[in-house]
Design a protein around this ligand. Structure first.
Ligand SMILES: [Ca+2]
Length: 224
């Protein structure tokens, strides 16, 4: 009996003596990285054949925002401290000041190896040409992913649901109708299906989503 107890104690001491996993320090931009991958190409009248780099978003968590993966787009990160130790559980954020994002739908979390991939959906509104990537609030890089949503993100009347208002419709209407490469009124930020035309299809998209998610919510200004 005493022999078994001694053996158990010896085993426990051996376990305690083993070096544990290194405790990671703060996020280090020089040791971390972020990269985007693009698996599709444009097929319409806008940037035909070039990597498809645009994700359309809408102001509703359960709304029809594009799934990054469905567009062949993914953002990959590796988050480490300055000693090269991976940081697990880091909160990674896709950010641009021009966007209004609903809740924390633009965040994801690193795994045990400090890595994470975002290929899902986030909700909000606004338009931008790049996304900054922050880990635990520390900028670790940018990716050339465009976000396309109805209306500018910055708002004189901030709203937690990022609702789209009549003011945003005026900005959209200024590009309706237009065609990429013809005249100067075409703008990708009003071409919600990124086919090279701002037309009735985009109008229907715009109005459907505004009706579905923003009408009836109080933003302090008139609705379309
Ligand atoms: Ca279009």
């Amino acid at each position: 009996m005493l022999g078994r107890i001694a053996a158990a104690l010896a085993a426990a001491l051996l376990l305690l003596a083993r070096p544990g996993p290194a405790v990671a320090g703060p996020v280090c931009p020089d040791s971390s990285y972020v990269v985007a991958s693009f698996g599709c190409t444009y097929s319409g009248n806008y940037k035909f054949g070039q990597p498809y780099d645009t994700v359309s978003i809408w102001p509703a968590v359960d709304g029809p925002s594009d799934i990054f993966a469905a567009s062949g787009i993914a953002v990959h990160v590796l988050v480490r401290d300055c000693q090269g130790n991976p940081i697990s559980g880091a909160t990674v954020e896709l950010h641009n000041d021009s966007l209004c994002v609903v809740g924390s739908s633009n965040t994801f979390t690193t795994g045990l190896n400090g890595r994470a991939t975002f290929a899902g959906t986030f909700s909000g509104r606004g338009f931008c040409k790049i996304l900054s990537v922050l880990a635990n609030g520390v900028p670790i890089g940018v990716v050339p992913v465009r976000i396309n949503g109805p209306g500018p993100g910055g708002d004189l009347f901030p709203h937690p649901d990022c609702c789209v208002t009549v003011r945003n419709f005026a900005a959209f209407e200024a590009h309706l109708p237009s065609e990429n490469g013809v005249g100067s009124s075409y703008s990708i930020d009003s071409d919600f299906n990124e086919d090279g035309f701002v037309d009735l299809v985009d109008w229907v998209i715009w109005f459907q989503h505004v009706q579905g998610f923003c009408l009836g919510k109080s933003t302090g200004e008139a609705k379309p």
